[in-house]
Design a protein around this ligand. Structure first.
Ligand SMILES: Cc1cc2nc3c(=O)[nH]c(=O)nc-3n(C[C@H](O)[C@H](O)[C@H](O)COP(=O)(O)OP(=O)(O)OC[C@H]3O[C@@H](n4cnc5c(N)ncnc54)[C@H](O)[C@@H]3O)c2cc1C
Length: 420
């Protein structure tokens, strides 16, 4: 008879790894397996993002994003330090380029105050002093924002997870889920995996995996391309902070920003262009299944209609490097076309409701034996550890009284992670 794992986790991005490792270290003696479709870990959103440890400035007060991002930022820094993963708390400047953007900047400051995230106002001269290449009317500094090597963090978590008895099965694609006889059966393209509980952290495939458990209704993952350029080698030393524009409040994306990356690289991006495929990283060539799934969902057309102006502007910025550059030149006028060389594209998994609204907050759905992380866009890499704690708490709460796992004080659980 095949072994029954205590927990099976689907997805080898940062959320899957954080969940598998958190569960394993909280409940020693249990057996956890992580199933990943690709031959390596962190090859999708987690390995193709901006690498920013967000401080929690922008998110609706009281939302999961606001709460978990603040806690996640602290935990990410602790863990990176403890595990020798490269990170740098370089701070971030949110820059208003003209008077028209000042109200938007003030709204961000108010939001940050509600979220308990410290920001310092900087005037035009102060901005020039801190960042000679950056021009603006005023800015706010978020000193606690930083950068980290998220794939490095995943590798470190995977090593610890396996060292403490966890199993990782790469190249194993989940095809179907069956809940039967107090267990959950994962049918994959290689073997069947039996477990008492299953957690799916499948990013761009989250809706399809949720549908396998019957909890995929009412939303669809719509993929948004995030294209970047790298800024030429001499520049990274000349930009000390992350430089962000004032974002469009109607969208959950933060705008094209200058991002210091670990390893002393500097990128500019990402834009937010509707993608015709969920994993078409090279060029935006339509994937028939992905496109069909999008266009047969009423929410897709409502979303397109609502955001048609910004969709056209994103398309223009994607097709023309000059238009992309013009956006960055608003706050960094000395950038030139020759400074920019292409950098790998990322694709965001954004859940959209049938009403065409982007679902802003993290969304988790459950059945008796499964938990599905259905919407985990930015700042979910920063928030991965608190999301993992939440998921583990939910599983513990759903056990029958005879098998109930102890609930953990989150602060103690975090400490425990660092010592396992
Ligand atoms: C361009 C961009 C910039 C971003 N910038 C930031 C940032 O600076 N800071 C931040 O905090 N967040 C950022 N984010 C968001 C962050 O990257 C994601 O929220 C986070 O990586 C989500 O992690 P995940 O594990 O859920 O998904 P992923 O990393 O996408 O992993 C999902 C995994 O599931 C696997 N999978 C899917 N289907 C199956 C199946 N059937 N069987 C087995 N495995 C399967 C996939 O192969 C994949 O490995 C950014 C995202 C993008 C795209």
């Amino acid at each position: 008879m095949s072994h029954t794992f205590s927990l099976a986790v689907v997805g080898g991005g940062i959320l899957g790894l954080a969940t598998a490792w958190t569960y394993q270290s909280r409940y020693p003696g249990t057996s956890v397996v992580l199933v990943e479709r690709d031959k390596g870990l962190a090859r999708h959103q987690t390995g193709r993002n901006s690498g920013v440890i967000h401080a929690g400035v922008y998110y609706a007060p009281g939302s999961l994003k606001a709460t978990y991002c603040r806690r996640g930022a602290v935990m990410t820094k602790w863990l990176a330090e403890a595990m020798g993963v490269e990170f740098d708390i370089c701070g971030k400047l949110i820059v208003a380029t003209d008077d028209e953007e000042l109200p938007g900047l003030a709204a961000i400051a108010e939001r940050a105050a509600q979220n308990g995230v410290p920001l310092t106002r900087i005037d035009r001269d102060g901005l020039r002093e801190r960042e000679p290449h950056v021009a603006g009317r005023a800015a706010y500094l978020s000193p606690s924002t930083g950068i980290v090597d998220f794939p490095g963090l995943c590798r470190a978590m995977a090593e610890r997870f396996e060292a403490s008895g966890g199993t990782i099965r790469l190249g194993t694609k989940l095809l179907d889920i069956r809940e039967e006889g107090g267990k959950v059966r994962l049918i994959t393209d290689r073997e069947e995996v039996l477990a008492k509980h299953m957690v799916a952290c499948a990013g761009l495939q989250a809706d399809r995996i949720a549908a396998m458990s019957g909890v995929g209704e009412g939303f669809r993952i719509i993929p948004f391309r995030g294209e970047y350029y790298e800024v030429r080698a001499a520049w990274p030393n000349e930009v000390r902070h992350l430089i962000y524009p004032v974002p469009d409040p109607s969208l959950p994306f933060l705008g094209v920003h200058l991002t210091r990356m670990v390893g002393n690289r500097l990128t500019v991006g990402p834009n937010a262009m509707l993608s015709f495929g969920r994993e078409c990283y090279g060029s935006n060539i339509p994937d028939p299944r992905d496109l069909l799934d999008a266009v047969t969902f009423p929410g897709y057309w409502k979303l397109m209609l609502r955001h048609r102006k910004s969709a056209m502007s994103e398309l223009a910025g994607s097709l023309s490097k000059r238009i992309f550059l013009n956006r960055c030149q608003r706050y960094c006028p000395s950038l030139t076309l020759d400074d920019l060389t292409p950098w790998p594209t990322g694709i965001r998994a954004q859940a959209v409701g049938a009403d065409g609204q982007m679902i802003e907050d993290f969304l988790i759905r459950e059945t008796a034996r499964t938990t599905h992380v259905c919407n985990a866009p930015s700042p979910a890499a920063t928030s991965a550890l608190p999301i993992a704690e939440h998921v583990c708490d939910r599983i513990a709460a759903r056990q029958t009284p005879a098998h109930r796992l102890p609930q953990r004080d989150p602060a103690k659980a975090a400490e425990q992670l660092l010592t396992t």
